[in-house]
Design a protein around this ligand. Structure first.
Ligand SMILES: [Zn+2]
Length: 154
C-alpha cells in the first residue's frame, strides 16, 4: 500500500482494530518517508461462484448495476440503490463463508429490493427465482398484495 501523500511504499502500522464485526481490519499507518498518517482497511476476500464454476471477488458495484437495471424507469434514487447494495454485502458477509454461489447473492438482493420497489423486485425475481410461467408471476404478485395488506404503510 503506497503512501497517498508521497507514494512511498514503506509504512509502519501504528494501530489496528477490527471493524464490521471482525470482517475487516482497519490499520492506521505512518509513512516512513514523510511521516504522515493514513488508514487502510483489509477485508477478507469473499468469492462469488458463478454457475460456470468460475469464481470472482464479490463486488458491491455489480450488485448496484444489477439493481439499477431492474429499477430502470422506476422512481428509485441512487442513494437507495447504494444503501441496498450495502445491506446485501452485509448479508452475504455475515454468512461468514469464503465462497458464495452467485445465485445466493441474487436471493440476498430480493428481500431489500421488495421493500424498495415492487416492480423492480418482480423483474429481479423473475430471473433469480426462475419464473417459468405467467402463473409464477401471478403467485408472486398475490404474495406481494398479501404483504401490502398486512402492512399498508410499507
Ligand atoms: Zn509518505
Amino acid at each position: 500500500m503506497r503512501c497517498p501523500f508521497c507514494r512511498n511504499t514503506d509504512s509502519r502500522v501504528v494501530d489496528s482494530r477490527e471493524v464490521e464485526d471482525g470482517q475487516a481490519i482497519r490499520r492506521r499507518r505512518s509513512c516512513s518517508a514523510c511521516s504522515r498518517r493514513f488508514t487502510t482497511v483489509e477485508q477478507g476476500v469473499l468469492a462469488v461462484v458463478k454457475r460456470s464454476g468460475v469464481t470472482e471477488p464479490f463486488s458491491r458495484d455489480k450488485v448496484v448495476r444489477g439493481v439499477q437495471r431492474a429499477c430502470q424507469g422506476r422512481p428509485v434514487d441512487d442513494d437507495d440503490v447504494q444503501q441496498l447494495a450495502h445491506r446485501v454485502e452485509e448479508t452475504v458477509r455475515a454468512a461468514g463463508v469464503a465462497e458464495i454461489p452467485a445465485h445466493e447473492v441474487g436471493l440476498a438482493i430480493l428481500g431489500p429490493l421488495r421493500e424498495l420497489d415492487e416492480v423492480a423486485y418482480l423483474r429481479f425475481a423473475s430471473v433469480y427465482r426462475a419464473f417459468s410461467s405467467v402463473e409464477d408471476f401471478e403467485k408472486e404478485i398475490a404474495e406481494l398484495r398479501k404483504a401490502t395488506e398486512r402492512d399498508p404503510a410499507g
